[in-house]
Structures are given as C-alpha cells and as structure tokens.
Design a protein around this ligand. Structure first.
Ligand SMILES: [Zn+2]
Length: 251
C-alpha cells in the first residue's frame, strides 16, 4: 500500500475519477492539504465521505497576509476535528514572496503554536528560506511537536539540518526530474525512518507526466525513483514510507 502524504485534493478536477485511479493503484491513504479556511472546510467534508482521506488545516505562506485573528480562530476550531491530522501547510516562501518576510514569519509562528496546542504534526513549506526557517524552528522550539519538510528540494547537507531537529523529509515528483541529481542524492541518504513521499497534486507531476496535472496515483513514480536510488525494491519503499506516514500523522 502507498500513501500520498501531500495532495491538494480539493484543487483537482474530475475528483471521482482521480480517487478511483488512486484506489486502483493501491494508494491506501491520502493526506489532503488545506491552504486556507475555505479549502479546510471543503477538505473536511471530503473526509466525511471517504475513510482513506485525511485533512489538515492551515494557511499557505502564499496567503500569509490573510492569517488574521478570525482566520486563526477558524484554524483552531478545525484543528480539533477528528479527521484533521496535521497543521499546514505553512512556512516561508521567499521565491514568490507574496507577503513580506515578517508577515510570513508571524503566520508561521502562529501555526507552530497551534501544532503544539493541538498536539498535531506541522507540514512545512520552505522555498529559498532555509536559514530563516531553521532559526525560527530553533527559537520557537518547534520540534517539540514533530513535522515534515514537504516537497524537499535541497541537498543532503540541508536535509541533515532538519533531520537533526527531528523532522521528516518528504520527496515529490521533482525527484524524478532529469536535473535533480542533488535531490536524488538526498533521497538516497535520508534515514529510512524519516522519509516520506508525496505528489503535491495538482502541481509538480513526476516524469513521465511532467507538465500535466498531477494526481495521487502518480506517487508510485516518486516511490519508484526513490527505491531505485536507495537500492531497495518498490515494495520495500512502499512499506517504509507507509509506516513513516502512519507514525507521523497517526493515521
Ligand atoms: Zn502543497
């Protein structure tokens, strides 16, 4: 059984067919990620009709400027829902920089506090912001509650800095791209009990579907590549990443 640890199901088209293909391809569980309050509500209602789908609640760093008191109250409310298994995605994105650094930091710190309050793992998005991210995580003692660096794109040296704090490292379809040698090197070396795989659907479809809409069933291509670089079988990587996702999200 495979687990897609990060998909934005409510952003996908033709969802019933997508979910059917996921089941046919042995995707046993999907963690469906929210980016704001409306997507949290839509994701939770999706989980109510599908046992194998789990939800998160959070505000994406792209819209960090929307994390006001009312939104925080909403996140706090939904975090208590029984199918909500994590806080996020949240984090820092200095590539798009839709909001300033301070606004993103404040939103992220509020998410860390929610994660601690609800004893839920945190799903972290970080792009071109590792230095500030590591500083905040240490300062806020964020690693008191576990979490994952989702869609990791750095080298192994960077991965180690997050691993040292106790975080899981999740690899997306980017690991299948031709030029991602450094990333494959990281995927080879991350400890077996800290590795996760994801699609980040509908974005970042892996080879051979690169450039097309992504969907959870394609997590098998990520699994394939990661198994190959680690020199283990497809079944072994499925088992490993399934156990890790089940432990982290308690699903
Ligand atoms: Zn995402």
């Amino acid at each position: 059984m495979l687990i897609d640890s990060h998909a934005h199901l409510v952003s996908l088209e033709n969802l019933p067919e997508v979910l059917k293909r996921a089941r046919e391809n042995n995707i046993g569980k999907i963690v469906s990620i929210s980016s704001d309050i409306p997507s949290t509500e839509a994701t939770i209602s999706l989980t109510e009709n599908h046992d194998f789908i789990f939800a998160t609640t959070g505000v994406h760093p792209h819209s960090a400027d929307k994390t006001d008191d009312e939104v925080l109250k909403g996140l706090d409310h939904y975090a208590a829902h029984e199918k909500v298994v994590a806080i996020g995605e949240t984090g820092l994105d200095y590539f798009y920089m839709n909001s300033g650094k301070e606004v993103q930091t404040n939103s992220f710190v509020e998410h860390i506090r929610l994660s601690r309050k609800h004893n839920l793992p945190i799903i972290i998005h970080v792009r071109e912001a590792d230095e500030d991210m590591l500083e905040i995580l240490k300062k806020e003692r964020a690693a008191d509650t576990p979490g994952v660096i989702h869609c990791f794109t750095g080298d192994y040296e960077t991965a180690v800095k997050y691993l040292d704090l106790g975080y899981y490292i999740s690899f997306s379809g980017i690991v299948t791209f031709k030029r991602s040698e450094e990333l494959r090197e990281a995927a080879k070396k991350v400890p077996a009990d800290k590795i996760l795989i994801e699609t980040d659907s509908p974005y970042l479809a892996p080879v051979p579907h690169r450039g097309k809409p992504n969907e959870p069933s394609y997590v098998r291509y990520v699994a394939d590549t990661v198994a190959e670089v680690r020199g283990i079988s497809f079944d072994e990587i499925c088992e490993l990443t399934r156990a890790n996702a089940e432990r982290l999200f308690r699903i």
